[in-house]
Design a protein around this ligand. Structure first.
Ligand SMILES: NC(=O)c1ccc[n+]([C@@H]2O[C@H](COP(=O)([O-])OP(=O)(O)OC[C@H]3O[C@@H](n4cnc5c(N)ncnc54)[C@H](OP(=O)(O)O)[C@@H]3O)[C@@H](O)[C@H]2O)c1
Length: 423
């Protein structure tokens, strides 16, 4: 049993109580001892009630009533009722086939997981990046976009959500926090990553854009993110871009304070060179005896620097998880880019896309899935961060987690990306 089918009660206001009882009554009595513990754990039903409903077919009204009372926000989320053979498997189990069609539309699949560094945190194989979820400035419109993207990602199995204090000027975290408030049970199913350290120009008026790793700024920024996210902790807190004036002992003091107060579970960095990672790692180990768990850098077929500048070698040596931002080159390896960063404007994706399309056609999948599978094959277990706000594209990208490229396919793509033969 590799995957889990989850029914979203919010989408099924009248379905749940009655169909659940019918589902249970349809089970052969002999299977009950096996499903009972699962149902009890996942549905919070008392074992006697499960058995009673299933064996005697009684108590429908009582259970219906009970569920209606529960239909507040707390209950209006995913509830697991049955394990599917495998995420993405087209052959539904006999039990799934008995469910009504609407229930099947609202499935949540599980994605393969990987640990973040040497920590106990387990992330889905692909992460979802919240950079663009709330950028119009119209609160209602942004919330609609954010809600659709986040719920699509959750249902497709993403469990790590990447933020930064500056994304959409704080509105990305606020919109995410609102979606968490609407879906309180979501928080415990996901990991939240955020970042700090970039300070934008004119805040306060007249100030230039700058980086700030002072303890005061790191702690204040984290506390503000927590408020916006409606959350009492951030699972992975990252320093966004190296501060040219960074003092690692001061950063370690800030990390110690955030860790000891329970506001942050693990720490990571972003866009750090290997020498900077080593420097900070030593200070953090000395102060709180913890290792950095991630380095978030740009990695894709259009940006190979991390393979060649020692970043991925260091990740492998120190068991730090690389998180790949712009894994599709900001859209150039997908259906086109509308919002490239300055450094991405010179990328030349044509030759890469030709090979991606060739492999995708041969395997019956999409160019995007192959581009992401290329990252997934690296032994450091790179976690690509998907940045689309389009639910269909978010779901399509998740298919990459089911693809294992051959060494030959991988190198064919590398050669296309380099634009020159290997030496
Ligand atoms: N640490 C850092 O310095 C840093 C920097 C940049 C980003 N990040 C993180 O990395 C995440 C991802 O970055 P990114 O947005 O540049 O990643 P990306 O996945 O390479 O690019 C996403 C962009 O490509 C477009 N796109 C076009 N065709 C697509 C397709 N078929 N499938 C998916 N997307 C397609 C999307 O548009 P639609 O939305 O219209 O689909 C979106 O604008 C961000 O959300 C953020 O969390 C971190």
């Amino acid at each position: 049993m590799h995957g889990i089918l989850r029914l979203r009660y919010a989408h099924l206001p009248t379905f749940a109580p009655l169909r659940m009882t019918r589902f249970l009554t349809a089970l052969p009595a002999a299977t009950l001892p096996r499903v009972q513990p699962l149902l009890r754990r996942l549905l919070g039903l008392h074992p006697a009630a499960v058995k009673e409903s299933a064996l005697l077919g009684i108590g429908h009204a009582a259970r219906e009533e009970e569920h209606r009372e529960e239909s507040s926000e707390e209950v209006a989320h995913d509830r697991c009722i049955h394990a599917l053979p495998r995420a993405g498997n087209r052959h539904a189990s006999p039990l799934t086939q008995r469910l009504p069609p609407r229930a099947r539309l609202a499935t949540q699949v599980t994605m393969q997981k990987v640990p973040l560094g040497e920590s106990k945190l387990q992330s889905s194989r692909l992460a979802y990046g919240c950079w663009r979820i709330a950028c119009t400035g119209n609160i209602q419109e942004d919330l609609k976009t954010a809600r659709a993207a986040i719920l699509a990602a959750v249902e497709a199995g993403y469990t790590l959500f990447d933020h930064a204090d500056i994304y959409c000027k704080g509105r990305a975290e606020s919109a995410f926090g609102e979606v968490l408030r609407e879906n309180p049970s979501l928080r415990k199913k996901i990991l939240i990553a955020s970042k700090c350290g970039i300070r934008v120009a004119d805040d306060p008026p007249g100030a230039p854009q700058r980086y700030d790793f002072t303890a005061e700024h790191i702690i204040r920024s984290c506390e503000q993110s927590l408020k916006r996210l409606h959350s009492d902790r951030i699972d992975l807190y990252q320093l966004h871009r190296p501060d040219w004036l960074m003092e690692v002992d001061e950063i370690a003091i800030a990390f110690s304070s955030l860790y000891k107060s329970g506001k942050v579970r693990e720490f990571g960095v972003s866009n750090f060179r290997p020498s900077q990672v080593s420097l900070l790692q030593r200070a953090v180990q000395q102060k709180i005896d913890r290792n950095l768990v991630g380095n978030q850098v740009e990695i894709s077929l259009t940006q190979l620097a991390a393979f060649e500048d020692g970043t991925l070698d260091q990740c492998q040596a120190l068991h730090i998880t690389p998180l790949a931002w712009s894994p599709l080159g900001g859209g150039l390896l997908g259906d086109g880019a509308t919002d490239l960063l300055p450094g991405q404007k010179g990328y030349k994706p044509n030759a890469i896309n030709t090979v991606l399309d060739e492999i995708a056609t041969a395997r019956g999948t999409t160019r995007v899935a192959i581009a992401l599978a290329w990252l997934l094959k690296h032994p450091t277990k790179i976690i690509p961060i998907i940045g689309s706000v389009n639910p269909e594209r978010i779901r399509a990208a998740a298919k990459a987690a089911e693809i294992e490229l051959t060494r030959e396919e991988w190198y064919k793509l590398l050669i296309a990306a380099r634009g020159t033969p290997l030496p």
